[in-house]
Structures are given as structure tokens and as C-alpha cells.
Write a protein that binds this ligand. Structure first.
Ligand code: SAH
Length: 389
């Protein structure tokens, strides 16, 4: 079987899906998948509010603008690159993917060949030996800028200039290349040290009319078209006006806060990843936004302090899949914002967290799921909580 897309049924067929495990709904009609996701959100939140219809994609393929491949050897010692087989550390050599950006897939294929021809050793996790660990690509949907991050086990990169020359001749659209050094025996992809080998060391993209710098370790939503719809809805639900103080918690590179700042009195963004916070500060200045400040802290720690003597009218929160923390939620109940917009890529933990907020005096007044990750089991969900009168 080869990978293909059935236009009529919006169904993908993927030769790798069984092993790769990335696309749980490969082979299913897209409308059926959306129905499954809708039901899942209704089961979680239907008791509180009428769940709006999930917003799907018109053409749900090649939407991932961030692509990650693990590099290794197969049993015949050929270089392979792809994802880990589900629940294992065996690599599936995904030479074609229905959800990744095709240009990124092509670049990875060529890098794989170059690794073999330059005789670079893929890193062997068990032995803790070898050179190349991962390849990471990010593409700006609007700008078409591409960032390549090559994760190596050490600083050594023999014949580096030659390797880069051959690669960039083949793929002149790669605007920046970063070598990331991960010398630890860990399943974490990225290490702490970056060496810029080409270009600026970051890419930029335009989202909701604003320009954003994205550095290698910063979070950036992987589905551009759907993210624009998601942010628009979240900001609409937040119903921000010129006198409002807005907190953008778990703000990444400041995207939501910066887009929302045009309507707000002031916005405070809080984020744990220092590289993302640096990006966020630069992003405010690129967009000439003066009413936003960004704080590098654990969102819970920050809110505990903030709740002691400051107020906020609106809190937009977008935590990672594991959800928020009791410290954060309890502080939120002290701050008593009029509206809380809770964006989540993990609706189970979102459901757990909003129980705390409901108990503390809020009611769920809107629920809108978005399909940011077609063909996978993941669902993004936006909930509006308003303070009970
Ligand atoms: N709102 C952003 C980022 C959402 S992803 C966007 O839409 O792009 C979640 C973010 O939370 C990531 O940037 C991650 O680094 C950050 N994060 C994770 N744990 C955190 C914590 N304890 N405190 C603050 N930020 C955290």
C-alpha cells in the first residue's frame, strides 16, 4: 500500500500507520472521526453546557508544520529516520507521511541519505554511542521559512561545511540550521546547547496578522490554519475591552497575548521556558505592542504571588497536556477574574481542572472543540468559564 488521500471521504490511507501509531484514525472517514471527537468532548462537558460543533479542517492533510524524526539503524545497518513505534523504542522509517508538511518530509529523506553517505553514525540509545540523534524541522506557514535542528550527541560534526553545502544546494529553502547538543542519556529530544550553523537561529511566522519569532525550543502550534480559528474564538469568548487586565498563562512565545493585546488595557504573559519568554518579548516589540509584559516563571508560582495583591479581569490559560495545578487554580479563585478562557490539548485534565473552578464559583458558559490534529486521537478544546452572579 502507498500513502494516499481520498478526497471524497477525506480519508487518509497510510502504509506506516499500524506501526507508527501517530494516526489512530488513519483509514476512517474524516466526518466519522469528527463525530467521535465531538462525542468525547460531549461526554466530558455536556453536563455543564451545550457543546458547539467541532471545527474540523477542510483538507485535513499535511498540516503539521513541525516534524521530528529519530535517526537510527535498521537490522541491516541502513540509516533510518522516523517516529518511534508505539510504546517502544524501535524506529519506524516513515519515508512518507500524510500529516506532515511534505517539504519537511522530503528534507528528512535527503538528510537520511546524506547521513549514510557522510558515514555519520546514528546515536545508539542502548550503547550511548554515535553522533546523530534527531532531526527537527519547523516551517513558517506564512513566511515559508524553514528551520532545521540537527541534534547531535556531542559537539563534533566532521565535514560539517561540506554536509551543509550539499544539503542547502538541494534545499535552498532551509533558512536557518541549528546544531543542538544533547549529550545526556535521556528520551528528551533537545539538549541545552545550540550552535547556529546557518542563518538567524530562528524562524518567523505570521499568525492572526502578527509576526512571531520562534526559537528551537519554544512551543509553537503545529497546525497554522486551525490555530487561527482557535485563537479567534478564544479571544472572542474572552470579550476583552480597553480597561481590562488580561493574564495569558502558559503563553509560549506570546501569541495569544499579543493578538489579544490590541483589545486590552494590559496583558501579562507567563511562561516557564526562558527561550520562549525571550521570543515573546521580542515578538511584542516586532509588533510594536507596548501594553504586554512577559514573566519567566512557573505559572502556578506566579499566580500565587499575583493573587496576593493584584486583580485581573480575564485569564486565558493554555497549559500543556498534563493540565494546570492546584496552586494555579486556587490562586485563580482568589483573583476572581470575570472570565476564564481555558484552552486545552488534553480535555481529560481540563475536565479535572474545571471541576475546581466550578466548585469555586464559576459556571461553564461555552465549549468549542477544534480539530488541530486530524487523524490522531488528540482534540483541542476551548471552555469559557464565567463567574456566577
Ligand atoms: N499559549 C501558547 C503555548 C501553549 S503550550 C500557544 O498557543 O502557542 C503550553 C506552554 O506552557 C508551553 O509553552 C510550555 O513551555 C508552557 N509551560 C509548561 N509548564 C509550565 C508551567 N508550569 N508554567 C508556565 N508555563 C508552562
Amino acid at each position: 500500500m502507498t500513502n494516499r488521500y481520498d478526497e471524497k471521504e477525506r480519508r487518509i490511507h497510510c502504509a506506516f500507520s499500524e506501526k507508527c501509531g501517530g494516526c489512530d484514525y488513519a483509514g476512517m472517514k474524516y466526518d466519522n472521526e469528527l463525530a467521535v471527537k465531538q462525542k468525547y468532548i460531549e461526554e466530558l462537558f455536556g453536563e455543564y453546557v451545550k457543546v458547539d460543533d467541532i471545527v474540523g479542517m477542510y483538507r485535513p492533510i499535511h498540516y503539521r508544520n513541525k516534524v521530528h524524526a529519530v535517526v537510527g539503524l535498521d537490522d541491516s545497518r541502513n540509516v533510518i529516520a522516523g517516529t518511534y513505534e508505539e510504546n517502544s523504542h524501535r524506529i519506524v522509517d516513515t519515508s512518507d507521511c500524510m500529516i506532515e508538511d511534505s517539504q519537511c518530509t522530503d528534507i528528512i529523506k535527503d538528510i537520511k541519505e546524506l547521513i549514510a553517505s557522510f558515514k555519520y553514525q546514528p546515536y545508539d540509545e542502548d550503547a550511548g554511542k554515535g553522533m546523530i540523534r534527531h532531526i527537527l524541522l519547523r516551517k513558517g506557514f506564512s513566511t515559508k521559512e524553514i528551520m532545521l535542528v540537527i541534534v547531535t550527541a556531542g559537539v563534533a560534526f566532521p565535514s560539517k561545511n561540506n554536509f551543509l553545502k550539499v544539503l542547502c544546494e538541494k534545499h535552498p529553502k532551509i533558512t536557518t540550521i541549528v546544531q543542538n547538543i544533547n549529550d545526556r542519556r535521556t528520551s528528551m529530544v533537545l539538549g541545552n546547547r545550540n550552535i547556529v550553523l546557518k542563518g538567524k537561529g530562528y524562524i518567523e511566522d505570521v499568525l492572526c496578522g502578527c509576526r512571531f519569532r520562534i526559537s528551537p525550543t519554544s512551543f509553537y502550534q503545529i497546525n497554522h490554519q486551525q490555530t487561527e480559528k482557535l485563537y479567534k474564538k478564544a479571544i472572542q469568548l474572552a470579550d476583552i475591552s480597553k480597561n481590562d487586565t488580561v493574564i495569558d498563562a502558559y503563553c509560549g512565545i506570546g501569541t495569544i497575548g499579543i493578538v489579544a493585546s490590541k483589545k486590552a488595557g494590559k496583558v501579562i504573559g507567563v511562561e516557564l521556558n526562558s527561550e520562549a519568554v525571550s521570543d515573546a518579548k521580542i515578538n511584542a516589540s516586532i509588533n510594536n505592542i507596548k501594553n504586554v509584559t512577559f514573566v519567566n516563571a512557573d505559572a502556578g508560582d506566579f499566580l500565587v504571588e499575583y493573587a496576593k495583591n493584584a486583580k485581573a479581569d480575564v485569564v486565558i490559560m493554555d497549559p500543556p497536556r498534563s493540565g494546570s495545578t492546584p496552586e494555579f487554580l486556587n490562586s485563580l479563585l482568589k483573583i476572581k477574574p470575570d472570565r476564564i478562557v481555558y484552552i486545552s490539548c488534553g480535555p481529560d485534565t481540563q475536565a479535572r481542572d474545571i471541576k475546581v473552578l466550578i466548585k469555586g464559583g464559576y459556571k461553564v458558559t461555552a465549549c468549542q472543540p477544534f480539530d488541530l490534529f486530524p487523524h490522531t486521537e488528540h482534540v483541542e478544546n476551548v471552555i469559557l468559564l464565567s463567574r456566577k452572579a
